[in-house]
Design a protein around this ligand. Structure first.
Ligand SMILES: [Zn+2]
Length: 464
């Protein structure tokens, strides 16, 4: 009998230790587990703060104990901050365990117990920059689309905007209308990380990289553009049918010449091209903690000339998210090294004592430092002499690439892209903008990016 009790007791202790160490976070975090409510009965959910301490989400407790989750910025941070009263999304989901954990002193805990008060949960301080998020939100206006801003050296997500949007504070009231649309049409869909689009000419960054890798004499490239190129019975046209004339690789890239890049596409080794795309995380998981969609690239050995040409100019079967394009640009800005994009900076208890700090993490090199440097020079020419000229008067150096992505046989409809980064050597940022169903990247995405860059450097100058 005694041995049996000792045995059972040991098993029980063992389970408790195992639960605390291994299972508890999973159990609390599982959005379908009612035990979450048990934690919420003892702890007031902590706040989500911007990097400067501005409140993005907090729980207000009324005199009668009624709790309301409040989002002071409403729609502006909706997708990245998420919501917590109708399932959990965004940072509300990612940091759920932390927000329902309370690192307060034992004395405070005892006092709270005596007065039958709940303990105050920990706050998470994010990497999000309020002013920049507001600038990007305003710049997108009423367009559908997304904007992502990363710190070029750490990968910290400074801004993540998606439109259409919703108010996380009224998610329960609005639920039926928000879910009436298909998933990808819904305002709940985070287009910045989940939206998949043909990359259009932003993909020429990758075609250029592959061409450089296969052709050590790439600087000798020369091409005469007559406005279109035909292979077999398939014809690729330059934007608006413009004949770009005599070009070298820099001008072909800066002017985003489809004829030149479709011709380059015909010369590339499909298998090597697919390997390069795989190493840039196409068809792969991304190192990112919020919900996202995987990008796809599907050029195979034996592809038809039409497929080769289309793929090289970012049409064809390729699909990519704005976040992923931003990550590729971040690696170019950072000597080839991708930093994992992250949204949580540190955790504080309610009185501001730091409980935990997250550090930037390197994912590894996506390309050599020399390749990154060369791509940067080509991307700078886009801004000084090409389709990104509207960024050239900001007073600091910017490298980028525009894209005008056709997504239906109706040629009048296209998604506008810009991806690029400031190249000043200090506080540099990566900006990716996608505007749905508008037109050319230089007309519709570049002006949005311009407002974001301008807002960032206005903010930096006011800090200096
Ligand atoms: Zn051309």
């Amino acid at each position: 009998m005694t041995y049996m009790f000792i045995g059972l007791f040991t098993l029980m202790i063992g389970y408790f230790v195992y639960f605390e160490a291994v299972l508890s976070e999973d159990v609390i975090n599982n959005p379908y587990n009612s035990r979450q409510d048990a934690f919420a009965e003892k702890i007031v959910r902590g706040s989500i703060l911007a990097e400067d301490g501005t409140v993005l989400a907090e729980t207000k407790v009324a005199e009668d104990g009624t709790e309301t989750r409040v989002y002071p910025y409403g729609e502006k941070f909706a997708h990245v901050v998420g919501y917590s009263t109708r399932g959990k999304t965004g940072i509300e989901n990612l940091a759920n365990f932390t927000l329902l954990t309370s690192d307060i002193s034992t004395i405070e805990q005892i006092q709270n117990d005596i007065h039958e008060r709940k303990d105050q949960g920990n706050n998470v301080v994010t990497t999000l920059n309020t002013e920049l998020q507001e600038a990007a939100y305003a710049a997108l206006g009423n367009s559908r689309g997304a904007a992502v801003v990363l710190d070029a050296s750490t990968g910290a997500v400074l801004t993540m905007v998606s439109k259409p949007d919703f108010d996380p504070g009224t998610i329960n009231e609005d639920w039926d209308s928000l879910t009436a649309e298909d998933d990808t049409d819904s305002a709940l869909y985070n287009r910045a990380a989940q939206g998949l689009y043909p990359p259009g000419s932003t993909f020429k960054i990758i075609t250029l990289l592959e061409y450089m890798r296969e052709n050590p004499d790439y600087e000798d490239f020369s091409f005469r553009c007559s406005g279109s190129v035909t292979e077999g019975n398939y014809k690729i046209r330059c934007y608006d049918g413009t004949a770009h004339g005599q070009e070298n690789l820099t001008t072909a890239f800066a002017k985003s010449c489809n004829s030149a890049f479709a011709t380059i596409g015909l010369s590339l080794d499909e298998t090597a091209f697919a390997d390069t795309c795989k190493s840039l995380l196409f068809n792969s998981e991304l190192p990112f903690d919020l919900t996202y969609s995987r990008s796809s690239f599907s050029l195979k050995d034996g592809a038809t000339p039409a497929e080769q040409m289309m793929t090289a100019i970012g049409q064809g079967e390729t699909l990519v998210s704005p976040l992923h394009m931003a990550m590729i640009a971040q690696s170019i800005a950072n000597d080839g090294v991708l930093m994992e994009p992250y949204v949580l900076d540190h955790v504080e208890n309610y009185s501001g004592s730091i409980v935990d700090t997250y550090s930037p993490k390197s994912y590894g090199a996506l390309m050599t430092p020399e390749e990154a440097e060369t791509l940067t020079e080509y991307m700078k020419a886009v801004v000084t002499d090409g389709t990104g000229r509207k960024l050239n008067d900001l007073g600091f150096s910017i490298a980028g690439k525009t894209g005008t992505a056709e997504y239906s046989s109706d040629k009048s409809k296209s998604h506008a892209w810009f991806v690029g980064f400031s190249d000043t050597g200090e506080s540099d940022i990566v900006v990716c903008v996608l505007v749905e169903e508008k037109g050319s990247g230089s007309d519709y995405a570049v002006p949005v990016a311009r407002q974001i860059f301008a807002a960032w450097y206005a903010q930096q100058n006011s800090l200096w």
